[in-house]
Write a new protein. Structure first.
Length: 96
């Protein structure tokens, strides 16, 4: 679980990151969560974009992704989810 100080730090780090995954009308599936988990292992901090044609609520999509990837939610702002998960092999971010 992240503290508010850590979330603030990660939000600052995420400004220059572009979303690398998009959730569309198909919603969240097993293949997508596997790919997100692999990306989190390599990068630790990623953004996921929720497209306008997604039928599910943004908070439901975020909860599904967090539950399936065991990541921490940094922020859900508009149609963008910012996720963090500490890497076991590729540690890049030192949290305050």
């Amino acid at each position: 679980m992240l503290t508010s100080k850590q979330k603030k730090y990660l939000r600052g780090q995420s400004h220059q990151i572009q979303p690398i995954f998009q959730v569309g009308k198909a919603g969240v599936n097993e293949n997508m969560t596997t790919q997100i988990s692999e990306a989190l292992e390599k990068r630790e901090l990623i953004k996921v974009s929720i497209l306008q044609n997604c039928f599910e609520d943004n908070s439901v999509v975020a909860d599904e992704v967090i539950h399936n990837t065991e990541a921490d939610l940094v922020q859900l702002i508009g149609n963008t989810i910012i996720l963090y998960k500490e890497s076991k092999n590729n540690k890049q971010i030192d949290l305050p």
